[in-house]
Design a protein around this ligand. Structure first.
Ligand code: GLN
Length: 390
């Protein structure tokens, strides 16, 4: 098909998440590609949504977010991360973190501004920078001593006179690294020295396995130049509700809101009221979810290793990257894209080929990304099918 897509979006095609989930459905594959739970979110939150609908909270929301929700977010972030945001002027509720990303780019990046990006990166970062007319500069995450990190000299040389922002993601999708205080300090020092903004995507902030999640906004002198993005979907296993937010000082929030008002104007009203309940009362659920994901992570990593993959056990997120050389060799395929297609269509297990998250595909073409936010039954079925590769 000869599409008429505008030049600024043509390079990005269809997002890999939609593509792999469709391929998985078409071939009845176990879907370990797109990251979403195949179990339901907590009952008390679903009940709160029904109650909000029945209470008539069904018209447009406050554009920047319903007051109980922004108040709940502010209280939680202050208590947990030690950063204070004024709920009414410094927090903006968006349609999932995925809207917060282009709202931040469109609201704060001028055409020609450079944005430093760690690769592999979540695909919408790159597309959102392009929509804003920004120019990406890449820094590689590479495996070193069993985890992924970046080289500090490479980071330094990615900054230039035109750098407007650096986009950080911790816990990091797809590598599973939880950036350490030391790594974040290195990024923060450069941002301060070059007077750059930091855009910090922390949607997996609760999904860590022992490693401490640190928000770069909590480091000295960083709150004033940082936009923190997060969301509700992963934490409460309700990804379809699409509730996310951006937190930043009022001067930066003004830019984000000027884009947000014309992107979605406001987010679903009753779901915001239910999300507020979840954040206020969800501590026990989150602790249970962490324990569940820790068990799933360890089980899937062990089974992948047994089959011939080399899993890199993640410190956070609900994804495992696994090196696939031995398996793809046996199948006679090359690279992650070919392997992901073959696994989905012939073995019946879908995973994400992470090279699509890279400017330099070779950084990730030796790996596949498996999501483990699934029931034990789903994971067992995936393993049963993958065993044919052993
Ligand atoms: N963040 C999710 C993932 O990495 C997908 C989000 C989406 O599909 N847009 O799997």
């Amino acid at each position: 098909m000869q599409t008429q897509t505008a030049d600024r979006l043509r390079p990005f095609g269809t997002t890999i998440f939609a593509e792999m989930t469709k391929l998985a459905l078409d071939h009845e594959a176990v879907n370990l590609s797109q990251g979403f739970p195949d179990f339901d979110g907590p009952g008390f939150v679903r009940e709160a949504a029904k109650a909000a609908v029945d209470a008539g909270r069904n018209q447009y929301a406050r554009p920047a977010g319903e007051v109980p929700l922004v108040e709940a977010i502010a209280a939680d972030v202050r208590a947990r991360l030690g950063v204070g945001y004024k709920p009414l002027t410094e927090i903006t509720v968006t349609s999932g973190c995925t809207e917060a990303i282009p709202a931040t780019m469109l609201g704060l990046i001028n055409p020609g501004d450079e944005v430093v990006l760690f690769e592999p990166y979540y695909d919408s970062y790159r597309a959102s920078i392009a929509m804003a007319g920004g120019v990406p500069r890449f820094v590689a995450m590479r495996e070193q001593d069993g985890r992924f990190t970046f080289d500090r000299d490479e980071l330094r040389s990615a900054f230039s006179e035109r750098t407007r922002a650096v986009l950080v993601n911790t816990p990091h999708n797809p590598t599973g690294s939880v950036l350490t205080r030391d790594e974040l300090t290195a990024i923060a020092d450069l941002a301060k020295a070059k007077d750059a903004l930091v855009i910090s995507d922390e949607v997996y902030e609760h999904l860590t396995f022992g490693a401490e999640h640190v928000s770069i906004a909590s480091l000295p002198g960083m709150r004033e130049r940082t936009v923190v993005l997060s969301s509700f979907g992963k934490t409460f296993s309700l990804t379809g509700w699409k509730i996310g937010w951006a937190m930043a000082p009022a001067e930066l929030t003004a830019g984000i809101r000027s884009a947000h008002q014309f992107l979605t104007f406001a987010v679903s009203t009753p779901m915001q009221h239910a999300a507020a309940v979840a954040i206020r009362e969800g501590g026990a659920y989150v602790a249970e979810l962490q324990a569940r994901y820790l068990a799933s992570r360890d089980a899937l990593a062990a089974e992948l290793a047994r089959i011939g993959f080399r899993p890199i056990v993640p410190e956070g997120t609900y994804f495992i990257l696994a090196e696939h050389g031995a398996v793809s060799g046996r199948l006679g395929v090359e690279g992650d894209i070919e392997l992901a297609k073959k696994l989905t269509t012939e073995i019946g297990v879908a995973a994400i080929p992470p090279s699509v998250f890279c400017d330099r595909a070779e950084l990730m073409s030796g790996y596949l990304r498996f999501a483990f936010c699934k029931t034990p039954e789903t994971l067992d079925e995936a393993i049963r099918r993958l065993e044919r590769l052993a």
